[in-house]
Design a protein around this ligand. Sequence first.
Ligand SMILES: NC(=O)c1ccc[n+]([C@@H]2O[C@H](COP(=O)([O-])OP(=O)(O)OC[C@H]3O[C@@H](n4cnc5c(N)ncnc54)[C@H](O)[C@@H]3O)[C@@H](O)[C@H]2O)c1
Length: 432
Amino acid sequence: MSLLEKLENRTATVGVVGLGYVGLSLAIEFARAGYKIIGIDINDEKVAKLNAGRSYVMDVPSDVVSKLVAEGRLVASSDYSQIANMDSISICVPTPLRSKSKDPDLSYILDAVSKIRKHLHAGQLVVLESTTFPGTTTEVIQPILEESGLSVGKDFYLAFSPERVDPGNVQFQTRNIPKVVGGVTEDCTRHARTLYGNCLDRVVGVSSTDVAEMVKLLENTFRSVNIGLVNEFALLCNSLGIDVWEVIDAASTKPFGFMPFYPGPGLGGHCIPVDPLYLSWKAKVNGFHPRLIDVAVQVNQDMPQHIVRKVREALKPLKKDLKGSKILVIGVAYKRDTDDVRESPALEIIHLLDQEGAKVEFSDPFVRFLQSNGSRLSSRTLSEKELAEADCVLVVTDHTSVDYELVARHAPVVIDTRNALKDFSGENIHRL
Ligand SMILES: NC(=O)c1ccc[n+]([C@@H]2O[C@H](COP(=O)([O-])OP(=O)(O)OC[C@H]3O[C@@H](n4cnc5c(N)ncnc54)[C@H](O)[C@@H]3O)[C@@H](O)[C@H]2O)c1
């Protein structure tokens, strides 16, 4: 039976490499569609949890995992020789930035692809899902896979399909988010479209892997630039004594040509702070110097310093300095109602406050512990006493389950970076 037939009639064994937020959610959708799934991850703890039927991703319930594992439709492993048993392989490993240079760090992709190459055989489909700069699939991955002696489009198929999952979003999840797919050849696109089309509500084919890679970067750079614009508006409104939130709400009544974005304490997560830098890096390598993208990155990166300045100013009337003041940070996850602290602006803000000699505590219903400047902080339970004892309360993430009325009533000073206290007023409340 050809690969296309196996993909069409769901007898193909589908592999997912990298079982994190993206990979595990995708593996579940493949399994739900009837494919047998083999997942590979280098993290033995995750592999053991999955094989025991337990999920470690908030949007994936453990009972879904345990049912699939019990039925033998989902198996996790750290053994790359399993690649030989797969008909298709979707790669969902991290694509961070290098810590010093802030250049793209493709080491996880390179590691995964080199290991895949060792077990690659004719009649397989490989799809890269990790967000990366245009050219990665054909300039980086294809040559490595072809070292096997197999040719793309002839012996095996290669495509790029950007992941668009939005953790914590209850309306749009992996299955009902349209999936963009671009193959190296038309045949590659056809194979990838067949697999994803059997699992997800809608697949959008594009003409090349470069286009598919660029689609994701446009989407996330669009967010970065618009958030940068609105952050600049917030600073401008601050200097003019205008409430930026009221401005945005009123502008949002325009039924066309305007889409609201909201200011905040800085960008967080794996995507928006990272992806524009992948694009900017590639552009510069090719001699194009993007301006708007880099300025937006800078404006967004400066927000934590701005927040710390606001805390300092708010303490002044109380004749207090940052040094020695007790600051209670509410919400440290990078976004509302999730437990993900990766790249969270709260980490940078806590670090800056710490450097200034403030005594920082945090409260987050989703995050129990936080590593900061070598010490481990535990989440505090919000209470009247806890709030009243703080010199300043700083709302960084607006989790919906937090009792903001309690905060508004008992915190001596609140800096609200998310407009979470919009229903309350008082001289103690300072908005971004
Ligand atoms: N999290 C999101 O909301 C999101 C959304 C869209 C796109 N993305 C992109 O998807 C990709 C994956 O992101 P994520 O959030 O799932 O990351 P993650 O860190 O949650 O998961 C990645 C997994 O890959 C594993 N891994 C690392 N190297 C490996 C290797 N060589 N072989 C096998 N497994 C390996 C890690 O152990 C981890 O479990 C990134 O490129 C990210 O930018 C993420």
